[in-house]
Design a protein around this ligand. Structure first.
Ligand code: ADP
Ligand code: MG
Length: 355
């Protein structure tokens, strides 16, 4: 058994090394627990090498099993901290000037909000958003003698428009500031709880953190960290959404279809990538095609009757993991270079206005 684990571990290291060479897009899968003991699961096997085998409980024949490979798979018993520990190095690279984007994908009820924001309540249930911000402040404190950081955040939720006119950037100094700000945001949303549930499955929620750092020799780093809790990925009959009687299955949020198109174009290495088709893909443009580090959480509801949705989530996730990006670069310059770059931009603008 020990030998097996060693091989598995080496496999996983190898897979991660290949991933490093291919560029910085990673896919983690997280499977939430089953809440009803009577229910059959679609999960056949979770490997600690990032492999996952699923099977339709209605067709349990061996040859019908589907095998997937990701950077990591978190089973139903994984804690919030287990998940954060695997994410922490990525989060920390924000403080070195890397743009980072973490997004949660999956059908409604599969655990996206649980991972990103936590279920609320006790401290050991905190989501990646609070654990990450906490860690950024801790790192800022550890480095305070050599580098001075400023952190600003913006949080918004909408069906597609991600930069709301009234979502302002707020400077924050501690995790408590952030939590208070998010509470304020929630308080401003004067809608009933059914409306919030409905709203949250149909809309994306985005928390953006901007980090600015200046070290003792006036090197300036700037980075941007997006935490995205996407709309539910389930398809519904169009008739249910619009009442126009057409029986065509559609995403409940239009921009997820655009995300699918962008991923398909990237996977096929097309010369034109349709980022401009939705605000979501415009926002993720940098994360999916620029110099950023990107992590997708593919969320799975393991219950038997979700087999169809689970298969489409896993296929999408597998496709995302085949996308090859260039290596990530840190956004770090000396203050002088930054000033010169700004001057060049201003001169270009002035010239364009004259012509
Ligand atoms: P989504 O945001 O994808 O619609 P939620 O995060 O709201 O799904 O999860 C649905 C329900 O399942 C919630 O009650 C949530 O607390 C619970 N849940 C999700 N993931 C887990 C998990 N890993 N462990 C325990 N409960 C979970
Ligand atoms: Mg949710």
């Amino acid at each position: 058994a020990l030998g097996y684990h060693k091989v598995v571990k080496e496999n996983r290291n190898l897979y991660n090394m290949v991933q490093d060479l291919k560029g910085n897009i990673r896919v983690y899968c997280r499977i939430r627990p089953i809440f009803n003991d009577e229910t059959k699961t679609v999960i056949d096997h979770i490997g600690d090498d990032g492999s996952l085998v699923v099977v339709d409980p209605l067709k349990p024949q061996k040859d019908k099993r589907k095998i997937f490979q990701f950077n990591h798979v978190f089973g139903p018993n994984a804690t919030q901290y287990d998940v954060f520990r695997e994410t922490q190095p990525l989060v920390r690279s924000v403080m070195d000037g890397y743009n980072v984007c973490i997004f949660a994908y999956g059908q409604t009820g599969s655990g996206k909000t649980h991972t990103m924001c936590g279920p609320g309540g006790s401290a050991n249930e905190l989501g990646i958003n609070c654990l990450a911000i906490n860690d950024l402040f801790q790192l800022s404190n550890e480095r305070k003698d050599i580098i001075e950081y400023r952190i600003q955040i913006r949080s918004c939720a909408s069906d597609d428009g991600l930069v709301l006119p009234n979502a302002t950037m707020c400077p924050v100094k501690s995790t408590t500031d952030v939590i208070n700000l998010m509470k304020l945001g929630e308080g401003n949303r004067a809608v009933g709880s059914t409306a919030i549930n409905n709203q949250s499955s149909r809309s994306h929620s985005v928390l953006t953190i901007h980090v600015h750092g200046e070290d003792v020799s006036r090197n300036i780093l700037q980075s941007c960290f997006h935490l995205v809790d996407l709309a539910g990925s389930e398809r519904v009959d169009k008739s249910e959404v619009t009442g126009d009687g057409l029986k065509e299955a559609q995403y409940i949020n239009k921009s997820l279809a655009c995300l699918g198109d962008v991923i398909a174009a990237l996977a096929q290495k097309n010369s034109h990538i349709p980022y401009r088709n939705s605000k979501l893909t415009l926002l993720l443009q940098n994360a999916l095609g620029g110099n950023a580090k990107t992590l997708m959480f593919a969320h799975v509801n393991p219950e038997g009757d979700s087999f169809g949705e689970t298969m489409s989530t896993l296929k999408f996730a597998q496709r995302v993991s085949t996308v090859e990006l260039g290596a990530a670069r840190a956004n770090k310059e000396t203050a002088e270079v930054l000033e010169l770059k700004a001057q060049i931009e201003n001169l270009k603008k002035a010239l364009a206005n004259k012509q």
